[in-house]
Design a protein around this ligand. Structure first.
Ligand code: ATP
Ligand code: MG
Length: 439
């Protein structure tokens, strides 16, 4: 890698202190006043230069984590792989990283460590600004805004790549992917988010090296998957992940369903479009919903198999939910709190599909109703047209007062036993409001 240090003075680039968050500025200034070097780095600089709103602000300094901690009361030291300081301002977190140095093999035992495939396990070797730059992932992520004079320092040609809209791994891409295979997922995420083209090696090696992801802890893969799906560019990330044959490494059951039933793709794409829109509008999104979408068809396949073996429909659904989530945990972990919501969403589908007098009001009052209902609408919108009447019914009932809601539910068929059904039909004839004809 050719290192060519360039300094772009404040007068020749577009970042001004006003564009940087107050909290990040506070951190930068306090470090500077204490006599340390302090730079804004990573997505903060990259996105500001691209006139995008940065997701967060990262700071790099020559102060050690303990020295950072001594300067800030609101500081927590975190991380085992990289020891980092988090400066907390309510929910806003400014991440402060000490410059990282190169990996000296002789130091590997005490400070840094590689596993046999060359993956970095521990990484607490501190270094200079230049050394820090070449340890970063992509050239556009290694631009430093210097709080001292407002200049930007570029060692790796990041400014040029930014202008050319190129995502380029710093150094030898194969070595860097081997060190940390998650960089391949990051490559896909940034190419999608920035709409950049991957430099030839950066892109083509992913096909050969993607399988190395299997050595990464599933909890980290879960975190990365969520960043890919819920970073605001979920649809593009999903499509690019599939193009680079990475999606089936994380969600193999979903990829299989897509291959067997093309309509699965529509369900996922529409869910991602909705998620991207919600994020753009500043609304919250729960990872459980998208995960329920991704694993819905695989879950139905298990359910089908269980029913085939003689299990009752509902029991089969519950078991299939548990089974598919357990199997997914081998690829990406799924925290319990999300697994629970996913199963509730799935469990609610037949209840929403066939509302009965006995159950409909309870379904409406269920605290997951909204998620279950959104899921039902999504299914209807992406191929299950037979759900139209029942979707309409649930949409309308939500606009009614509690008395009318009760009445609507009373008008429904009883569900279940035959005798009940006959009696309900009689009752329905007597009321004006017809029960929905549910598929
Ligand atoms: P965004 O916050 O918009 O997702 P970012 O570039 O700021 O993008 P972060 O995950 O916040 O990404 O990381 C901050 C910076 O740390 C990156 O820009 C990069 O320089 C460096 N970095 C993060 N992860 C890695 C990694 N796995 N290998 C090398 N450098 C990394
Ligand atoms: Mg960041």
């Amino acid at each position: 890698m050719r290192i060519n240090k360039q300094i772009i003075p404040a007068s020749e680039h577009t970042i001004t202190p006003e564009a940087i968050s107050d909290n990040a500025l506070k951190v930068l200034h306090r470090l500077k006043q204490a006599g340390y070097q302090a730079f804004l780095v990573g997505g903060g600089v990259r996105d500001l230069l691209l006139k995008k709103q940065p997701k967060d602000f990262d700071v790099a300094t020559n102060a050690c984590p303990d020295e950072v901690k001594a300067l800030f009361r609101n500081c927590r030291l975190i991380g085992r792989r990289f020891r980092l300081a988090h400066i907390l301002y309510g929910r806003d977190v400014i991440e402060v990283a000490t410059f990282r140095g190169p990996h000296e093999p002789e130091l590997a035992d005490s400070l840094g460590a590689h596993n046999q495939q060359g993956r970095i396990l521990r990484d607490n070797v501190y270094g200079s600004l230049e050394e820090d730059a070449i340890r970063r992932d992509f050239t556009v992520n290694a631009l430093y805004y210097n709080i001292e004079d407002g200049s930007i320092v570029d060692f790796t040609g990041g400014i040029e790549d930014l202008q050319q809209q190129t995502l380029r791994m710093i150094g030898d891409a194969a070595t860097r992917y081997r060190e940390d295979p998650v960089r391949m997922l990051r490559a896909v995420r940034f190419a999608a988010k920035l709409n950049f083209t991957m430099e030839q090696q950066t892109g083509s090696l992913i096909f050969e090296m993607g399988h190395l992801l299997s050595s990464i802890p599933v909890a980290r893969l879960f975190d990365e998957s969520i960043k890919l799906l819920q970073g605001g560019y979920g649809l593009r990330c999903f499509e690019l992940q599939r193009e680079y044959q990475m999606f089936d490494l994380l969600f193999p059951m979903t990829e299989e369903s897509i291959a067997e039933q093309p309509e699965t793709l529509e369900l996922i794409r529409q869910a991602l479009i909705n998620t991207d829109e919600r994020i753009a509008a500043g609304k919250t999104v729960n990872p459980a919903f998208l995960l329920a979408v991704l694993l819905y068809k695989p879950m139905l396949e298990y359910k089908g198999a269980f029913v085939h073996r003689g299990m009752h429909e509902i029991e089969a659904l519950l078991n299939a939910g548990r089974e598919v989530i357990a199997r997914q945990q081998a690829y990406t972990s799924i925290p319990r709190r999300y697994a629970l919501i996913m199963r509730e969403i799935w469990h609610m589908q037949p209840q929403l599909q066939h509302p009965t007098r006995k159950r409909a009001l309870r379904t409406l009052q269920n605290k997951r109703f909204r998620a279950g209902y959104d899921f039902l609408l999504l299914r209807q919108l992406t191929g299950e047209e037979h759900l139209q009447t029942v979707c309409q019914w649930w949409t309308e009932i939500q606009t009614k007062d509690p008395g009318t809601q009760q009445q609507w539910c009373d008008n429904l068929a009883h569900g279940g036993k035959k005798r009940g059904k006959r009696r309900n039909r009689r009752r329905q004839k007597m009321t004006n409001r017809p029960a929905p004809s549910i598929e």
